[in-house]
Design a protein around this ligand. Structure first.
Ligand code: AHR
Length: 496
């Protein structure tokens, strides 16, 4: 097959907010205990943080990490997780049917973020609790001193405020599985009051309103409009959550889910702008896609109820999952004018790109690599490539382009990158790239992941599915030709 991509500086979608490469750590399964935190592990530092995990997180270059949930946050008393560890209570976590020991909490997470070069995106409990406990947490974290909660933080050994900028107003409040689930109006009111009081406590923070728990939620659309109608003036972002699974072992349909993902994003932008128009507002609400990933491999795995940190949601990802993760991230970048934050859910062990053995080693899952490429090389502005390529039909979609692509242009560092997925299971694509007005830019690296069976996975013994380098393609005038192997992930890097 043949395809053509044309790129020009004028095809700029917008500046990429680095927080689009965020991730998520929830008190769930072995994300915290046995994941990022494991005192006594051979690589643990003085805080009990696993250094082998931190090294992989740093390579992934994740600028923001959402915490502490997820469903967990809707029953969480943040006060349980601060102060002397010996005084912290063990609690039942009704979200995941486990026991939370609270030996890791807010301050430990902030310290971990510093070590991992990430910023914290903190979620407050608007399920079983409300605006009062939320503003107290903001005071504890962000107020310098001279008040009850800020002085309590100082007495816990944290003299300087944490200055957390980004706050989620609860989690998936439309879902019946959520502790303290609400109607859109109940939630809109709680979110408005919480956001107002949190911002009065710490001016300059940003807040994220919960959108629907997914595009499939029965209240999707109405929920966004009704809750936004109430909270619009105080909040900054609306959240989106979406997970995909290849339940029917149908790779063409699985990879075509990006069309649905794109449609979901577009619909939420429309909902925000509809409320904006209705209010004659000058303020634009942007999007925080704060949970997205593949999630289905581990769904029916049993666990011991009320145990501490049992393995939960431990999906082992295969090669086709990596291609979907890369394609989804490309789709997010195509909307970088409106999506300012996104979190790959999650970061370690729980539906995650990094997988550990408690007391043992760690490895990169297949999905680690496309994310790493985009977060390291996909900086600056996103450019919408003009793509001329063949299309396919599958069970759930028609006219699916074989090529998924985005280009990024980092003017300051004089670098460009073109990211492409070839979704064809059996055919190569000869891609002709026309660089138009990028005179002086020359290819310097051509990385790809290809040649694997779609079900190939990585293990502790062998990271089999990983990127490799190809010969650098030559420039012919302003054109270059590359072969995208069947079912492959590709990154072409250029420098001036
Ligand atoms: O990421 C796992 C769970 O998925 C989160 O706790 C919840 O927000 C979502 O349903």
């Amino acid at each position: 097959m043949k395809a053509k991509i044309t790129l020009a500086k004028e095809f700029r979608i917008g500046e990429i907010d680095k927080r689009i490469y965020g991730s998520f750590i929830e008190h769930l399964g072995r994300a915290v205990y046995g994941g990022i935190y494991e005192p006594g592990h051979p690589t643990a530092d003085e805080n009990g943080f696993r250094k082998d995990v931190i090294d992989l997180v740093k390579k992934l270059n994740v600028p923001v990490v959402r915490y502490p949930g997820g469903n967990f946050v809707s029953g969480y008393n943040w006060e349980d997780g601060v102060g002397p560890v010996e005084n912290r209570p063990k609690r039942l976590d009704l979200a995941w049917g486990t026991t939370e020991p609270n030996t890791f909490g807010t301050n430990e997470f902030i310290k971990w973020c510093e070590k991992a070069n990430a910023e914290c995106m903190m979620a407050v409990n608007l399920g079983t609790r409300g605006p009062d406990e939320a503003r107290n947490l903001v005071e504890y974290c962000n107020h310098t001193s001279g008040s009850y909660w800020s002085d309590l933080r100082r007495s816990h050994g944290y003299e300087k405020p944490h200055n957390i900028k980004l706050w989620c107003l609860g989690n998936e409040m439309d879902g019946g599985w959520q502790m303290g689930a609400k109607t859109a109006v109940e939630y809109g009111r709680a979110a408005l009051e919480a956001s107002k009081m949190m911002k009065w406590t710490s001016p300059g923070i940003e807040t994220v309103l919960c959108g629907s728990s997914s595009r499939n939620s029965p209240t999707f659309g109405t929920w966004e409009v009704e809750s936004l109608d109430i909270a619009y003036d105080s909040i900054d972002y609306v959240s989106l959550h979406q997970y995909y699974g290849n339940w029917e072992d149908d790779a063409p349909t699985f990879l075509a889910r990006t069309l649905e993902f794109d449609d979901f994003i577009y619909s939420v932008i429309c909902a925000c702008d509809y409320v904006k128009a209705k209010k004659r507002s000058k303020k634009t609400i942007n999007l925080s896609f704060d949970e997205w990933n593949v999630w289905y491999h581990s769904n029916n795995v049993p666990f011991e109820r009320w145990s501490v940190a049992p393995p939960r949601l431990e999906d082992i990802y295969n090669f086709e999952d990596a291609l979907l993760v890369g394609s989804l991230l490309i789709t997010l970048l195509r909307h970088c004018d409106r999506i300012k934050i996104a979190c790959l859910a999650q970061l370690v062990n729980v539906i995650a790109p990094i997988f550990t053995k408690t007391g043992g080693g760690v490895f990169e899952q297949t999905t680690y690599f496309p994310f790493m490429h985009l977060s390291n090389y996909g900086r600056g502005s996103a450019l919408l490539p003009l793509i001329d390529c063949p299309k396919y039909d599958c069970k759930a979609f028609t006219d699916v382009p074989y090529i998924e692509s985005i280009a990024t242009y980092d003017e300051e560092n004089e670098e460009m990158a073109i990211f492409c997925v070839n979704k064809s299971l059996d055919e190569s694509v000869v891609l002709d790239v026309n660089l138009m007005d990028f005179a002086g830019y020359k290819p310097c690296e051509f990385i790809s992941m290809d040649g694997y069976d779609k079900k190939d996975e990585n293990t502790f013994d062998a990271v089999k599915v990983k990127p490799h380098n190809n010969p650098v393609p030559l420039l012919d005038g302003s054109n270059l030709e590359v072969e995208l192997k069947p079912f492959s992930w590709n990154v072409i890097r250029l420098k001036k």
